[in-house]
Structures are given as C-alpha cells and as structure tokens.
Design a protein. Structure first.
Length: 311
C-alpha cells in the first residue's frame, strides 16, 4: 500500500507508516512467525522511499537494521554468511594522490592505478546488502581503479593527451563488476573527454561499448519471466539510452546519436521517445527531471529521478 500511495500523502505520514510496518515485520521475525525474509523483502521495497523523503531517516533505518542483525532473534535462524565487504574510504586518499601525480607523470599514475582493486562495497552498501541481498543488482560495488583512471585521464588531458587516452582505454576494461548504470557513468565521461584530447575514434568505441550495456538493460526490462510493466519511457534502459545518445550527439555528432537509435532500438515506441528526446535537445530544450521506474510483474518496484533529457 505504501509503495502505491506514498507520493500522494504527506512525507511525515509515509515515514511513520514505513516505520510501523518494518517494526511489525521485525517483531514477527523475533517471534519466529515469518522468518526474516518478510522483513528483508519489505526493506528492499521501502528503503528507496525513505531515502527519497528524508536522508537522515534513511541513515537511521540503516543503523537500526544493523542493530537488528546483531541482536535478533530469539529463534535461531540460518543466516546468510557475511560478505567480505571493504569500505571505499580507505582508497579515497590514494585515488586523490594518483590524480595529482597524473599532472606530472601520467604514465606512472596509470601504472600505480593497477594496484587498486577493481571493485569494493561502501559501508553504506554493506549495511543495505546485509539485510536486503537482492539489492545487489541495483546497488553494486564502487570502482576504485576505474575512478582513479578516469581522474588520471581528466588531469592529464592537457599535458599528456596520449596517456589520457591510455587511461580511458584501461578504465573501459575495468568496469565488468559494476552495475549497468555505473558502467555508463564512466563510459559517458570517457565519450565526452575523448574528442577533447584528440581521439574521436575512441569516443566512438566507448559509445559502441555503452550501447551494448543499454542493450543488456533492455533485455532485463523485457525479461519474460518478470518483465518491467512500468511505462516504457521510464524504463531504466530507456533513460540510460537517452543519456548516452545525448552524450554522443554532443561529443561525436547528432547524426551518430540518431543512427544509433535506428540501429540498436527495435521497439517502435521506445525509438520514437528517443528520437523526440534527441530532437528536443538539438532544438535547445533544457534538461529537466528524468524519472526511472522499475516495476516488476512480481511486485518489486524501485524508482529514481535525476536531471537529464526529458522523457
């Protein structure tokens, strides 16, 4: 019920109702009446709503969930083994150092970036995943090595464009563990940077790699076992493709963006949405609030919003 109506009632009532529902589910768990699967399922669906309404309350919910994990339950239960998480903070300082080094010796910075791990989970992600393991597909890890390589490429762009290109190429090979959206964040940054350092062909290669990512997202949206039944223009694959095509239009050419729609998007409804979005951009329309909705036939639901092409 909360998931369906939360945008239509006051935030205070939604937060109060969410707290009551989750506390009730935890109480049932402690009595052994339903196990912890119900609580985890509810948390998976309700946490994005709490986070959208009140960041402080979301942090409080994470802390309370961690406390539940440590103190419950009166009935012994088979628990999921604790994953080997690492926090992102221990790599932040090193990434900053490598970005600074890139201004003086980009080649050495690239070599040292190889010592960073491909992926780690932040402390916040750890708290969520311990209680809602299914969120792994949407949260995903952070990418210390890719983050460092992108920073190296950006900081070496003027002084060492060849090594900037090398860093972007290395980055594009180090994204396999990331969620599709996080992969696209790095790839789109690379698409925008590559022509500025004199390598438009690299921008095209990164664009082609990115389109494969959006195609995988579209396969997930149309999964026959549990399809996304939300509006097509709000599908994760549609909004991701729109952001990508906008980057291609800016950094490669508007024609490249248009051609990619025709070549890679078979659904006529989605193709029309993307063509209109690109036309609006070329006519000078400002970016607005772009919504992404994942509403599965099975009942799972998640949504987000960001600034981007209007769909």
């Amino acid at each position: 019920m909360i998931v369906q109506v939360w945008k239509e009632v006051s935030p205070s009532l939604v937060l109060e109702a969410t707290d009551t529902v989750l506390d009730g589910a935890h109480h049932d768990n402690s009595l052994g009446t339903s196990g912890d699967s119900n609580y985890r399922s509810l948390l998976d669906r309700l946490f994005p709503i709490v986070e959208a309404l009140d960041q402080d309350e979301a942090e409080h919910l994470l802390r309370k969930t961690a406390m539940f994990n440590d103190s419950s339950t009166s009935v012994p239960a088979k628990r999921t083994p604790r994953p080997a998480f690492a926090t992102d903070t221990i790599y932040d300082a090193r990434i900053i150092e490598l970005k600074k080094l890139a201004e003086k010796d980009a080649q050495q910075a690239i070599a040292q970036a190889a010592t960073l791990p491909l992926s780690v989970y932040s402390a916040r992600a750890q708290s969520i995943l311990l209680s809602a393991p299914s969120a792994r597909t949407t949260i995903g890890p952070l990418l210390p090595r890719a983050e460092a390589l992108l920073g190296i490429a950006q900081n070496a762009a003027k002084s060492a464009p060849r090594f900037s290109k090398d860093a972007l190429e290395e980055m594009s090979r180090d994204l396999g563990d990331a969620t599709p959206n996080r992969q696209l964040e790095y790839l789109i940054a690379g698409i925008r940077l590559a022509p500025k350092i004199g390598y438009p062909d690299l921008a095209t290669r990164l664009f082609d790699q990115s389109m494969k990512v959006t195609e995988q997202m579209r396969v997930d949206d149309t999964n026959t076992d549990d399809p996304n039944i939300g509006p097509k223009n709000w599908w994760p694959s549609t909004t991701a493709t729109s952001r990508l095509i906008a980057a291609a239009a800016d950094s490669i050419s508007p024609q490249a963006g248009l051609d990619s729609i025709v070549q890679h998007v078979n659904d006529t409804d989605i193709r029309l949405v993307l063509q209109v979005s690109l036309a609006n951009k070329e006519l000078g329309a400002e970016d607005g609030r772009s919504f992404t909705l994942m509403r599965r036939k099975s009942g799972r639901e998640n949504w987000s919003s960001s600034v981007g092409p209007r769909l």
